[in-house]
Design a protein around this ligand. Structure first.
Ligand code: PEP
Ligand code: MN
Length: 333
């Protein structure tokens, strides 16, 4: 249920209403918008007398929210959420360019790629240290050492780092990571999502290979309901009938997610297509569809990459794409 307050309500009166609602056993999510404050009521609201609340002089309107996702719901928070990652803002018109290799391989590789993507316009560095590989015989990532190398690259370039967490037990290693990525395969690892809620650092939540938008939003709800409002949603392609492409990029998910939720929505055209030359057109299409950012795999030597070389752009290709992204952003302003 949402309770919209009249503009300019006195703080004391608002607090009085919030504590009364809390005394009824509800959790209250307060969203102070530009024009109006919205109280999101979470819990069993079936016995709440909506007419009584509506009759209060500070209340503008009361509406029941039928969707099962509450905290992530735009009805609870009409303004776009803006996430601040060490000064880099994501959402609410702030476009993020996350780029870097699929996996961190060695110090030279990660620092070279970090420098190159930074000079091409990226504002966050990606790189997997813990890799979810289909085969147990493939490169599994450098683990703890990979995170240390990302920190070196951050020191060299100033770019905040984004890296994937696969297991709750690894969380202590992520204390100094800027954005924790939850990969497609872990989207419904509810224990992990809950822990990330209390961990408090920004989370990049990727849509599962065969998950609906509602399921993605419910996974984000787990994180938010556990106390962390900093969630970025990511469309990275789903399994359909694609034969020549790794996945099917569901671009309509972007405007739909942005309608349903206030959270930033970004797109990963690398995993969506699996082919480097398909990345630029889909990246530009994602920008045109209203994405709040892109996460793109870039490698200094794709042919010898230990993971996902076929879908990795070379730094100069990323630089060319970056200019076109600017142009599309300008065109749709
Ligand atoms: C990745 O970003 O390297 C990755 C494994 O992505 P996804 O979880 O989308 O497959
Ligand atoms: Mn990858």
């Amino acid at each position: 249920m949402i309770v919209a307050l009249k503009p300019g309500v006195e703080k004391e009166k608002q607090e009085g209403l919030v504590s009364w609602l809390k005394s009824l056993g509800l959790d209250i999510h307060v969203s102070a918008g530009q024009y109006q404050t919205i109280l999101g009521l979470i819990g069993d609201t079936s016995k709440i007398d909506t007419e009584l609340i509506e009759s209060l002089d500070i209340v503008d309107s009361v509406k029941r929210v039928s969707e099962t996702f509450k905290c992530v719901n735009r009805k609870f928070h009409p303004d776009d959420t803006v996430i601040d990652v060490n000064g880099v803002k994501i959402g609410g018109g702030n476009f993020c360019m996350i780029a870097g290799p699929c996996s961190v391989e060695n110090p030279d590789q990660i620092v070279e790629v970090a420098r190159a993507v930074k000079s091409a316009g990226a504002n966050l560095l990606r790189g997997g240290a813990f890799k979810p590989r289909t085969s147990p015989y493939d490169f599994q990532g450098l683990g703890k050492e990979g995170i240390e190398l990302l920190k070196i690259a951050r020191k060299e370039t100033g770019l905040p780092i984004v890296t994937e967490i696969m297991s709750v037990s690894d969380l202590p290693l992520f204390e100094d990571v800027d954005v924790l990525q939850v990969g497609a395969r872990n989207m419904q690892n509810f224990d992990l999502l809950r822990e990330l809620g209390s961990f408090g650092k920004p989370v990049l939540l990727k849509r599962g290979l065969a998950n609906t938008l509602k399921e993605l939003l419910m996974s984000a709800e787990y994180i938010m309901a556990s106390g962390n409002d900093n969630v970025i949603l990511c469309e990275r392609g789903i399994r359909t009938y694609s034969d020549y492409l790794r996945n099917t990029l569901d671009l309509a998910a972007v405007p739909m997610l942005k309608e349903l939720s206030h959270l930033p929505v970004i797109v990963d055209p690398s995993h969506a297509t699996g082919i480097a030359r398909m990345v630029p057109p889909m990246a530009l299409a994602a920008v045109a569809a209203g994405a709040d950012g892109l996460i793109i795999e870039v490698h200094n030597d794709p042919i010898h990459a230990l993971c996902d070389g076929a879908q990795s752009l070379k730094p100069d290709e990323y630089a060319v794409l970056s200019k076109k992204i600017e142009a599309v952003r300008e065109a749709i302003k």
